[in-house]
Design a protein. Structure first.
Length: 233
């Protein structure tokens, strides 16, 4: 049997025609389903191959299972590759605001407590720094007890809480959002800069298009991150 004959044999093994309708056997669940876009996905990488070997339902189950097993890697990928696109971020922001006002966000959280827990764990992993009080104090002193980004002194860092004006310390901020939780990746930041930078990387947010940008402060952040953090004793 030559190659062409094997291809034809395989095609007829997984296809059958009933009342003029072509059915295809799923490679995973082995069920026979109509070969169309309702039940099968197209092979995006190689369109000439037509539909994928597994049905749409099995493909979704496999994809969801992999995402749940590798939730951290999946979140990093989507944030870096997709959710950081300005146009996408704006669309998602408006959609999320609309969902919150309609009460759909709270409803989804109540129905998916496991996913909420996973997301909360992921956020904590990239929020909390593994540094001690001495390291944090030296870090603030290096930046003259000011915000590393806008230069706001700690004395002027205030926050409104429940209608009252209260003094608040500068916050520990990740220079590289998905970097390590160590002192070299930590700089003091005011609450405003920390919120505005959010999940963006340093060069993506802190550049000449940012009104608070300062080349001197930028160079100091880089110097701290690459070399001067080692001088902590």
């Amino acid at each position: 049997m030559n190659r062409q004959e094997r291809k034809e044999w395989y095609y007829y093994e997984i296809h059958k025609i009933i009342d003029g309708i072509v059915y295809r056997q799923c490679s995973q669940c082995n069920e026979w389903k109509i070969e169309n876009e309702e039940f099968y996905l197209h092979n995006k990488s190689k369109p000439e191959k037509g539909y994928q070997s597994e049905c749409k339902e099995c493909s979704i189950k496999r994809s969801t299972k992999r995402q749940n097993e590798h939730i951290q890697e999946h979140n990093v990928y989507t944030l870096n590759r997709y959710h950081t696109i300005p146009r996408v971020k704006e669309i998602k922001k408006k959609a999320a605001e609309k969902a919150r006002k309609a009460g759909k966000q709270k409803e989804w959280q109540q129905k998916n407590p496991d996913k909420v827990s996973q997301y909360s764990l992921f956020r904590r992993m990239h929020k909390n720094h593994n540094i001690n009080k001495h390291e944090w104090q030296r870090c603030k002193e290096y930046f003259n007890n000011t915000c590393a980004y806008c230069g706001l002194p700690v004395e002027d860092h205030y926050n409104i809480y429940k209608g009252e004006l209260r003094k608040e310390d500068l916050q520990k901020e990740h220079v590289d959002h998905f970097g390590e939780n160590t002192i070299d990746n930590c700089v003091p930041s005011c609450k405003s800069c920390n919120c505005k930078k959010h999940t963006m990387e340093l060069d993506e947010w802190y550049n000449q298009n940012n009104p608070i940008f300062s080349i001197e402060r930028y160079q100091k952040i880089i110097q701290w991150k690459t070399e001067d953090y080692k001088n902590i004793s």
